[in-house]
Ligand binder design. Sequence first.
Ligand code: KE4
Length: 429
Amino acid sequence: MKTNTALFERAQRVIPGGVNSPVRAFRAVGGTPRFIARAQGAHLWDAEGTRYIDYVGSWGPMILGHGHPAVLDAVQQAATRGLSFGAPTEAEIELAEAIIALVPSVEQVRLVSSGTEAAMSAIRLARGATGRSKLIKFEGCYHGHADALLVKAGSGLATFGHPTSAGVPPEVVQHTLVLAYNHLAQLEAAFAEHGRELACVMIEPIAGNMNFVRTQLPYMKRLRELCTQHGALLVFDEVMTGFRVALGGAQSLYAKAIPGFAPDISVFGKVIGGGMPLAAFGTSRDIMRQLAPLGPVYQAGTLSGNPVATACGLATLREIAKPGFFAALAAKTQALVDGMCGAARDAGIAFSADCEGGMFGFFFAEQLPQHYGAVMATDAARFARFFHGMLERGVYLAPALYEAGFVSAAHDDADIAATVAATRETFRV
Ligand code: KE4
């Protein structure tokens, strides 16, 4: 039998860090990553045959659970018709129509292969449409690894960002201003100083890359007002929240709470690919007219709208759009969070958690953090111990305290009960 340790040693000889995406290496929690051999429903099995209840779900895409029959059937049928053509297909029209039908703020979409590509393209489109260069992002929000977005806050408020990664020249991020999430005074000051130069503001409407932090309603309302007032485009990065926290994404929640609310550009990924490489960005027909081949903003991709990925995404969207899907998913996620909080309370451990739809987060802190600094001030060592205690009890959580968790339609009451029981046992040690 191949062990996780042996596989990890072998992987590190031929792949940097042994992984194709850094967070998978367990560096934030220590230990050996599990090499997954197969998955079904809510469960994963690693190379050693150990079963886990999966709350990573490929970082969000697997909202139906693994191996959903309708999705597998659609993928297999699409594959037999051809893996890729580099030419338009009807399935791309159907997926675009399905996204547009579920997200009123979007009149047209462009399909791409990753969230990074979608976010990068959305920024280029916002810059092309406004003729402006500057953009605002928020500390703790992650929008993929395009150079302009690998940036951390400058030394002061209105100083522009510094690269967070080697290989990104400072001049590439000179137009990116990084603000603290939910910090109204900073937002007002940034717009007062740079409003007319801003092409866009990009935000995770619920920040899943800070585990789970909501944008406060007054803040979001003011952000929308300032963008409108200064002609900057509000870009919602819904790669994680789209079709995950609600059928219409996080923007549908804000639209309920703030009359007439809508972002200008939306970025999607994860769920819309159903586990295959597919993402998208969308906005009004008028702004999309700027994109090649119609307009001067170039954007392209060999596998954009790939027919097998499109079939996977379409089958997924059709399932989650069925009546009652999100009500059932949200109830399951709430039961999980309530159970974990109850276990922490009984154990006298400082713990807080929140959830929306099929997405949840938890913190070893009495209060839910409202921004990145508060998230990173939570007890990382405590989180790592909890992560491994749960892993040993067959529960696979995200291996980093700044990552969100995901429940699927395949998680049943027994899975939730087993997870809460594992939480109680882990808190006891
Ligand atoms: P991808 O390029 O990884 O498909 O998407 C980038 C991205 C964009 N926007 C948001 C809000 C995202 O969460 C992501 C990617 N999320 C991470 C998890 N936090 C993916 C996991 C990984 O990097 O391996």
